[in-house]
Design a protein around this ligand. Structure first.
Ligand code: AKG
Ligand code: FE2
Length: 261
């Protein structure tokens, strides 16, 4: 892993060492304070460039053009919510998406590296995390060209782990609103307020290439603003769950990836 990850700065290969524990503690503190944590320079600069170059022809020829109107839930209707409620307002997204069965190399190696899951589990205070059994959703790479974005949504998994591979010239900001909902409180009024552009607790970050970003995607509303300029924003998304064997439904697979597998 040393060839792609900066293990001197981030000693994921030495679980339970004092340095590893200090990193976990720092990540937990940042997560508690801001709803996310970032590890800048996690992926070595050369690796970011190499992985981006290897993915480019795949994005051009075999990626799913994920372009659709959707609501923040990525679900047609929500029980108990009238169809005309502002929380169900539709927004538009567009990017190119590659799935786990199309991504090999360093990203696949990292996804299946047990020490990566072990570290992430520790930061999230979980006994263990497991790769998904879904041949499409487990690992994704997205490319956002000019005008592309990923509009407001909540994720399926509690935590979301991303790794920026290439930054755009401008735009492509990651905007988020932490704790907008909870397991027992859907907070539809708060969701509607966010979608009306009236939430004062909205935050934005610009990621730099190589930065590992972890956030509470299930309860944090988030979006990627439209990319500007000619350099695509390229990012990898790793999905782990507390239980092994998790898969999307065939309907979810078709919605996100245009096919079922
Ligand atoms: O591109 C990003 O920064 C976020 C991606 C994301 O939110 C997702 O894949 O669910
Ligand atoms: Fe997301």
């Amino acid at each position: 892993m040393r060839d792609i990850i900066d293990l001197d700065r981030y000693p994921l290969d030495r679980p339970d060492s004092p340095e590893w524990q200090a990193l976990v503690d720092a990540a937990q503190a940042e997560l508690a304070a801001t709803g996310m944590f970032n590890l800048p320079g996690f992926l070595r600069a050369e690796a970011s460039v190499e992985v981006t170059a290897a993915l480019a022809p795949k994005f051009a020829t075999e990626a799913h053009v994920h372009a659709r109107r959707h609501n923040i839930y990525f679900r047609k209707d929500i029980q108990g919510l009238p169809a005309d409620h502002t929380a169900l307002a539709e927004v538009e997204s567009r990017n190119r998406t590659l799935c786990a069965d199309q991504i090999g190399g360093a990203l696949n190696r990292l996804y299946h590296w047990p020490e990566f899951a072990r570290f992430l589990a520790a930061t999230m205070d979980k006994p263990a995390l497991h790769p998904m059994a879904d041949p499409l959703a487990a690992l994704n790479a997205m490319s956002y060209a000019t005008g592309d974005g990923l509009n407001w949504h909540f994720d399926r998994s509690e935590f979301t782990t991303t790794l920026l591979l290439q930054a755009p010239d401008a735009g492509g900001l990651f905007e988020y609103r932490r704790d907008l909902r909870g397991d027992s409180d859907p907070n539809y009024a708060g969701v509607a307020r966010l979608l009306r552009g009236e939430d004062p607790d909205l935050r934005a970050i610009t990621l730099s290439p190589g930065t590992l970003n972890v956030f509470r995607g299930k309860h944090t509303a988030h979006r990627v603003t439209p990319v500007e300029g000619t350099t695509p924003r390229v990012i990898a998304v790793f999905s782990y769950f507390e239980t092994p064997g998790v898969r999307f439904t065939a309907e979810e697979q078709r919605g996100f990836y245009g096919r079922a597998a």
